[in-house]
Design a protein around this ligand. Structure first.
Ligand SMILES: Nc1ncnc2c1ncn2[C@@H]1O[C@H](COP(=O)(O)OP(=O)(O)OP(=O)(O)O)[C@@H](O)[C@H]1O
Length: 459
């Protein structure tokens, strides 16, 4: 092939390529610059030809110059460039050596990543929205409708309905598992911001060192390991919506200062930026810690306490609303039956045991127990004997043989054994007032336990 046709063939290939191709000599002087892509760099072909990459780098046309790096390293280089037009370019450059092993040409290919980055950001935003909707769907699927009978809970519901669309700051208090997060979600759903994001942040799970970048976000390249395009913080994501700070009592004093600053000034800066940003959000916080006590001990800042304690709502523990236990138990039973396609039932005596228990893990513990029972009990009916030991106040007790009644004069062995049996049965029944549990503990059938108990209790 003639030199001229080869030249025009190469020219066509370069021109039709999607890459921006630049060719320099070994001194970095531009010999060829694909004219089609001047918009990427913001300079025309005629402004580049004959110039060195060092001159263009100094003018900020691109930064850094990949060709300069190839000349320095004498090898292929790949990197991301920023251009005068504010674009992010992915570039790869190769050296071409002459017979003396000196660089004769450097060919670089550049691809505009701006659109890809934009798509990536949109993708992340969609991912975040999906996560939000997933939470909503999960709540709906689990029929996360608050179930209660207790009067205090009825009052709480009324307060929540009253304040939900006022934008007032709410502090949810109560033991772990009482439903603080559930009520926070409910408030958001009832508020005017229901179609905006609800950003849930568990303060106890964010490491101190990441708190600022997580909450405030960061600018591109602010620290090693940062995403190239920077990141929106949770506070920014909550803009126009609700920011729910769970476990706020776990925040260290230094993080409390940082949080207070945002709440007072209503603005923040992304890490690595000097620009103030604002985010308007409804604040809901929750904790199972005694905040007032913590304030007195100097573990929680008084000023932050005042800021978040605008409308405090204390959710009572399950043991203080016994009427809710039965209600919640049958609610979860029907949810689990539906979920696992079962038809389990709780025996009346089982309900009694559930009501007597003190539920340190509150509704969460009850929910988990019902799920476990539905999955592990073979029979249709769930009897007290299927309940875990923790639900029985005292440890299982064997009747003490020394306490057994002494033989009466002329008492037959049969009569004496019956007296001992009576003693054992009544003693066990006193500990566990359930014929099922007695049967289970003594290894007899429930029918036999019930018959014997009826007889001995009547004597
Ligand atoms: N009144 C209720 N009716 C129905 N489900 C409830 C009720 N209260 C709590 N739950 C359920 O109990 C579980 C625990 O509730 P949640 O996570 O809201 O508790 P929490 O107080 O936020 O706990 P923690 O302090 O550990 O974060 C959830 O599955 C929630 O849906």
């Amino acid at each position: 092939m003639e030199n001229s046709s080869l030249h025009s063939l190469i020219e066509t290939i370069v021109l039709t390529s999607n890459n921006n191709i630049t060719i320099t000599n070994g001194a970095g002087e531009i010999l060829y610059f694909n004219p089609k892509h001047w918009t990427v760099y913001g300079v025309k072909q005629e402004d580049c030809l004959g110039k060195t990459v060092y001159e263009l780098e100094a003018k900020g046309v691109f930064n850094p110059s990949i060709t300069a790096l190839v000349i320095k390293k004498k090898q292929q280089v790949e990197l991301m460039q920023q251009t005068l037009t504010g674009k992010t370019i992915m570039t790869t450059a190769y050296p071409i050596f002459d017979s003396n092993n000196q660089i004769q040409f450097v060919v670089s290919y550049a691809q505009d990543q701006t659109e890809i980055n934009k798509l990536h950001l949109q993708y992340k935003e969609l991912e975040r929205q999906i996560q939000n909707y997933q939470q909503v769907v999960k709540a709906l699927r689990q029929q996360e409708t608050a179930q209660y009978r207790n009067k205090k809970m009825e009052e709480i519901k009324r307060t929540i309905h009253r304040v939900a669309n006022t934008n007032a700051t709410i502090l949810l208090l109560g033991e772990s598992g009482v439903g603080k997060s559930m009520w926070a979600r409910k408030i958001h759903q009832l508020s005017n911001e229901r179609n905006e994001p609800l950003i849930e942040v568990n303060c106890s799970t964010i490491p101190e060192s990441l708190f600022e970048t997580e909450l405030f976000g960061y600018e591109p390249g602010s620290f090693t390991g940062a995403h190239k395009q920077g990141k929106k913080g949770l506070i920014e994501q909550a803009h126009h919506g609700t920011l729910f700070l769970d476990e706020i009592g776990e925040l260290s004093l230094s993080l409390q200062v940082k949080l207070l600053k945002v709440l007072v000034e209503k603005k923040f800066k992304r890490v690595g930026s000097n620009t103030d940003r604002t985010s308007h959000f409804r604040l809901i916080t929750a904790t199972n810690r005694p905040l007032e006590e913590m304030v007195n001990k100097g573990e929680f800042r008084l000023d932050l306490y005042y800021r978040i304690n605008v409308i405090p709502i204390e959710i009572p523990p399950l043991k203080k609303r016994k009427e809710d236990i039965v209600f919640l138990a049958s609610h979860y039973l029907s949810i689990m039956n539906n979920k696992y396609h079962m038809e389990k039932e709780l025996h009346t005596e089982t309900y009694e045991y559930l009501t007597e228990y003190h539920w340190p893990g509150n509704v969460r513990e009850l929910e988990n127990l019902i799920e476990r029972l539905v999955l592990t009990v073979d029979s249709i009916i769930i009897y007290p004997s299927h309940l875990p030991q923790a639900l029985f106040k005292n440890k299982q007790m064997e009747p003490d043989i020394i306490d057994l009644p002494l033989p009466k004069n002329n008492e037959s062995l049969k009569a004496r054994l019956e007296r001992i049996e009576k003693h054992i049965l009544l003693h066990t029944y006193k500990q566990y007032p359930s014929s099922y549990k007695v049967a289970d503990l003594l290894g007899i059938s429930q029918a036999s336990a019930a018959r014997k108990l009826k007889k001995y209790r009547a004597e």
